[in-house]
Design a protein around this ligand. Structure first.
Ligand code: C2O
Length: 535
């Protein structure tokens, strides 16, 4: 194993997209920023230098960070942010993981433009558990606003209403096509006939779950969230913000140009959404650039059956070499209601604001990081009584607006080292049912069950897959439905769990698990690095 060093200079950059220009926050002047390459067992040192006016922190989304929560990155959860003019070296070792992940800013809405790929290759000499592709390509899906994204969310917080949706989706930074800006050119992926490509798909969008497809080509899914799956063929991928998916595509058409499309998935009838589709081109070498492109229809925005088919096809590889270590018994069986609420807001335009909550608690960000408070025993930063009493205070049958108000608090759920945890994430849909891509830091979990409507412990528990459920770090809670996840708390520290729709995180759909140290030193949090930023 090696040490891999990266320099991330966080700098402003004037960028033109959709025929208009603005200053954006970038890493090294690019958005998406640099792809990090490492092998399993490598140590990665990333020196992040903040040259902008905002506080900054960066999260290595999906990296387990075993005992190194100091390098996880969510501001005020595991570190104080890196202040303007300061730097911090993120230092972590990649253990037991290989595949595609992503990195992104974890403060304010900076991840709109501060994001990139993170590729973990298998250990030297260890092959993929599928035929080796001829080429590998990272495809970052994201969103683009013509206005400044910090202004977009600040406006929304002032009004109490939902922020404006993005003006376009992008593939590797390219929006398109956009009718009011004809000069926009989509991303072009050149392929050679007969070769197989592994596309490392990343959904770095702030607020959109996405479908992905390629005209005329079957996609073979081989890995999600840096865990291998039983390979299967599909026409359409569903990928929610924070998720990653590796697919194999064979250029078996001989010639031509084929549309690559990413389009939103949103099965909420009551929420206004955009239906922007971003396209790229799969371009066979030797095909003239003015030849026509084979077209594919993106799925309709509310194509729940397509989403369900894709999700139910996902299984852990569960081979001898890569067993699925699903906890068979649980020490903590939790039901978390996730959803939106409304709190009064005298300073907001209409006297109230949209909030979001987990078990009726709208999480309030602390002003020192939870991990520092835990490690150094600083009192008064958080309480360990998540969610407090009563556990689910929503009155689901009561009348609006009284049944919509949420409690506030900086509450964590505390467990002992190595405890096993089951969480049923239930979308309450009390204002409007909505998809919630929920991400857990510090762990992979197994998605043991999923359903529409309300979770019924008596019936649904019997149908859990405890053999080969897909293992991941981010999961879509279906609109008005539920998912059940299981994980082992074998990583001491404070670990954030939140909706990866940035707007819902801002509104408070977040909480944290506190995992105590185990007995031996190898089961304890490592001491913080000397350069850990101060608040
Ligand atoms: Cu990718 Cu806490 O986020």
């Amino acid at each position: 194993c090696r040490v891999r060093r990266y320099n991330f200079n966080v700098v402003m950059k004037n960028t033109t997209r959709l025929c208009s220009s603005k200053q954006i926050v970038t890493v090294n002047g690019k958005s998406p920023g640099p792809t990090i390459y490492a092998r399993e067992d490598d140590t990665v040192l990333i020196n992040v230098v903040n040259h902008v006016k905002y506080n900054v922190s960066i999260h290595w989304h999906g990296i387990r960070q075993l005992r190194t929560g100091w390098a996880d990155g969510p501001a005020y959860i595991t570190q104080c942010p890196i202040q303007p003019g300061q730097n911090y070296v993120y230092n972590f070792t990649i253990t037991g993981q290989r595949g595609t992940l992503l990195w992104h800013a974890h403060i304010l809405w900076l991840r709109a433009t501060v994001h990139g790929g993170l590729v973990i290759l298998p250990k030297l000499g260890v092959p993929y558990p599928f035929p080796k592709p001829d080429h590998e390509v990272v495809l970052v899906l994201a969103e683009w606003w013509k206005s400044d994204t910090e202004a977009v969310i600040n406006e929304a917080l002032k009004s109490g209403l939902a922020p404006n949706v993005s003006d376009a989706h992008t593939i590797n930074g390219h929006p398109g096509p956009v009718s009011n800006c004809p000069s926009t050119v989509g991303f072009n992926l050149n392929v050679s006939p007969g070769k197989t490509y592994m596309l490392r798909l990343i959904n770095a969008a702030l607020n959109e779950e996405l479908f992905f497809k390629i005209a005329g080509h079957k996609l073979t899914v081989v890995e999600v969230d840096a865990t291998y799956v039983k390979p299967f063929k599909t026409d359409t991928i569903l990928i929610v913000p924070g998720q990653t998916t590796n697919i194999l595509v064979t250029a078996d058409k001989g010639a031509g140009k084929y549309m690559v499309a990413a389009s939103p998935f949103m099965d909420t009838p009551t929420v206004a959404v955009d239906n922007l589709t971003v396209t790229a081109t799969l371009h066979y070498t030797g095909t003239l650039s003015n030849s026509p492109t084979s077209f594919t229809n993106p799925p309709p925005q509310n194509a729940t059956p397509i989403a369900n088919n894709f999700i139910s096809a996902l299984r852990s590889l569960n081979s001898k070499q890569y067993p699925a270590k699903v906890p068979q018994n649980v020490d903590h069986s939790l039901l978390f209601a996730v959803g939106l609420g409304v709190n009064s807001c005298p300073s907001c335009n209409n006297g109230s604001r949209v909030v979001a909550s987990v078990n009726n608690v709208t999480f309030v960000m602390p002003t020192v990081s939870l991990l520092q408070a835990h490690f150094f025993n600083v009192k008064g930063v958080f309480t360990t009584d998540f969610p407090g009493n009563p556990p689910v205070a929503f009155n689901y049958t009561g009348n609006p607006p009284k049944n919509l108000a949420t409690n506030k608090g900086t509450k964590v759920y505390k467990v002992s080292y190595n405890d096993t945890i089951q969480v049923v994430l239930q979308d309450t849909g009390i204002i409007a049912p909505e998809n919630h891509p929920v991400h857990l830091h510090g762990f992979n979990f197994f998605a043991v069950g999923r359903g529409l409507g309300n979770f019924n412990p008596k019936i649904d528990t019997k149908n859990f897959n405890l053999v080969d459920p897909v293992e991941r770090n981010t999961i879509g809670v279906p609109s008005g439905g539920w998912v059940a996840i299981r994980f082992r708390a074998d990583n001491p520290g404070v670990w954030f769990m939140h909706c990866h729709l940035e707007v819902h995180t801002t509104w408070g759909l977040k909480m944290a698990f506190l995992v105590d140290n185990g007995k031996g030193p190898s089961q304890s949090i490592l001491p913080p690095p000397k350069d850990l930023p101060k608040c």
